[in-house]
Design a protein around this ligand. Structure first.
Ligand SMILES: [Zn+2]
Length: 257
């Protein structure tokens, strides 16, 4: 599942491909996507020029010169395929944007859960997101205060986008392993020092992963995620898998206490 680093990589490619270009047409192909946003509505994008493409959490926001925002979210899978408008569409094309210079970007998603939304000019976009990991206003103190208010174990809390934006199942596990914190530790019981270590670990893990695509299919570089029964890269203890809030959690029972 694309998390902050993969979405950041995608938005960088998207930005290069579309900023400054004028939209010729936008077409939704998948029935679920067409129900969410009609092609009639997408046609109103004709003639708009793209002024920016930004990431916020796992969301992508395409700003147009008329003030509107085209909002993309990959959810379980998804990526942009960049090419020319006259090339054949990829097998899992769910929507595409063509530009007046003959270029095209395709929303390519085998799971077909990606969404597109169009927000009017001046809309106050409340994405329900907490600070970005890279946000300088996010400090060990502020993170500690935020976690102190949460109930339950730290791992599911890290997936709560209102607490910190962009972390998903893979990088939550990797960050907790890096900070040597048990995924089952109560979020509110973590010391200020542990929270400081965790924030550092999150930043390190996210920075290292940015630039990669589809970590799901390449776990060779990961420390704990999807490594059940494999030796911990720090202490050789077998990695364990548990289920928390319906999601798999991988951790080392020896070095994450
Ligand atoms: Zn270990």
């Amino acid at each position: 599942m694309p998390e902050l680093p993969e979405v950041e990589t995608a938005v960088r490619r998207l930005r290069k491909a579309i900023v400054g270009r004028t939209i010729a047409d936008v077409t939704a192909l998948h029935p679920a996507l067409k129900r969410r946003i009609s092609n009639a509505k997408l046609r109103t994008l004709r003639g708009a020029r793209v002024v920016a493409a930004e990431r916020r959490g796992k969301h992508q926001l395409i700003a147009l010169d008329d003030g509107r925002t085209l909002h993309a979210h990959f959810r379980m899978a998804g990526d942009w395929t960049v090419g020319k408008a006259d090339e054949p569409l990829p097998r899992f094309a769910r929507a595409y944007l063509t530009f007046t210079d003959g270029s095209r970007v395709v929303l390519d998603d085998p799971r077909a859960l990606s969404t597109l939304d169009l927000h009017p000019a001046g809309a106050d976009l409340d994405l329900g997101l907490g600070p970005e990991p890279s946000d300088s206003s996010l400090t060990a103190e502020s993170f500690h205060a935020a976690l102190a208010k949460k109930r339950g174990p730290i791992k599911p809390v890290l997936l709560d986008q209102r607490v910190i934006a962009g972390i998903g199942n893979i990088y939550a596990a990797e960050s907790l392993w890096t900070a040597k914190i048990s995924p089952e530790a109560k979020a509110s019981s973590l010391t200020r020092r542990q929270v400081g270590d965790l924030l550092k670990a999150i930043r390190k893990v996210i920075d290292r992963a940015t630039g990669a695509r589809y970590t799901d299919s390449d776990v060779s570089t990961l420390a704990v995620y999807d490594r059940k029964d494999k030796p911990c890269r720090r202490c050789r203890t077998k990695i364990e898998r548990i289920v928390q809030a319906g999601r798999s959690t991988y951790f080392c029972p020896t070095c994450q206490r």
